[in-house]
Ligand binder design. Structure first.
Ligand code: SF4
Length: 294
């Protein structure tokens, strides 16, 4: 079967070879644990049951998870083991199951998610991705994903090409996010403030791309208003191939971040999450030590 999980359309059989994403049909994981530092309505008090998939269909030069996205650290597990991991996280008190970078498994996940729900997994499933998604693959997840947590990284494709190695990022992510919203509708928080249905779109502010950030936020607010959350991230730290990079080799300035946040406020948004400057630390990147996987 030719892989159709992501818009790369490699045209290969994942049962036999790896594609651009670096993985075969087998699930490859690097960590599964209770993550305390996702957005408050995702981590809650108990932590988000985060499952880190190895491999990726993008090549972001600043990737904070590059050991697993490009370095492919991790171990292959069976579908049944993935199912067990979901229940282990639930039993540890996870607020949800948070699938991190699942895009390259999008066509395979419906099977395991259906089994999880049929076996009584009763916490929300969060799909946490780069936004670079295949709409048809997303349609196969309808009814199985409760909360979508995509990035919208760039507005102008020239930046997507330069920093993430992908053409047509904006039009692809825009269509994917529209499909995600079609599935979830406006967000719903439970009585403890945990998101049980809906969408949070993340945007990581990058040095010298303030205009791009504002165009992203404008698009989101004009399209979805206050029916979604926008998470404006201040945690950029030069990592991976961005270290020493002419434009991305520096931290985000406080004035640039303030200017983007002020712009979001000027749009009239009420559901906007922001981060303080202490989030600019690589200590927010977990160790990919296979914890919870084996
Ligand atoms: S998921 Fe991987 S193999 Fe499939 S189309 Fe995308 S990059 Fe290629």
């Amino acid at each position: 079967m030719v892989c159709s999980s992501c818009p790369r359309n490699c045209g290969i059989d994942r049962n036999k070879v790896t594609g651009f994403c670096g993985t075969t049909r087998e699930y490859k994981l690097a960590k599964a644990y209770l993550h305390p530092y996702e957005e408050p309505m995702i981590s809650g008090k108990r932590g988000s049951g985060t499952v880190f998939f190895s491999g990726c269909s993008l090549r972001c030069i600043f990737c904070q998870n590059h050991e697993i996205s490009e370095g492919l650290q991790g171990t292959c597990i069976s579908d049944d083991r993935l199912l067990e991991i979901f229940f282990e996280l639930r039993d540890k008190g996870a607020e949800n199951i948070n699938l991190v970078t699942p895009t390259h498994y999008a066509s395979f996940l419906p099977d395991v998610l259906r089994k999880a729900k049929a076996n009584g997994l009763d916490i929300p499933i969060v799909y946490n991705s780069s936004g670079y998604e295949d709409v048809e693959a997303l349609k196969g997840l309808e009814g199985l994903i409760d909360v979508y947590l995509p990035d919208l990284k760039y507005f102008r494709d020239i930046h997507a090409k330069e920093y993430s190695g992908v053409r047509n990022y904006f039009s692809t992510a825009k269509a994917a996010i529209a499909e995600m919203y079609r599935q979830t509708g406006p967000f719903i928080l439970d009585e403890r403030g945990i998101m049980v249905k809906g969408m949070i779109v993340r945007h990581l502010c990058l040095p010298s791309l303030a205009l791009d950030s504002k165009l992203v936020l404008k698009h989101l607010y004009e399209t979805y208003g206050d029916n979604i959350y926008m998470s404006i991230m201040n945690q950029y730290v030069p990592m991976h191939r961005a270290i020493g990079h002419e434009k991305l080799g520096t931290r985000l300035s406080a004035s640039q971040y303030r200017s983007v946040v002020s712009y979001a406020a000027s749009l009239g948004t009420r559901n906007c999450l922001i981060q303080d400057s202490e989030s600019q630390s690589d200590s927010f990147t977990p160790d990919f030590d296979l914890h919870g996987v084996k």
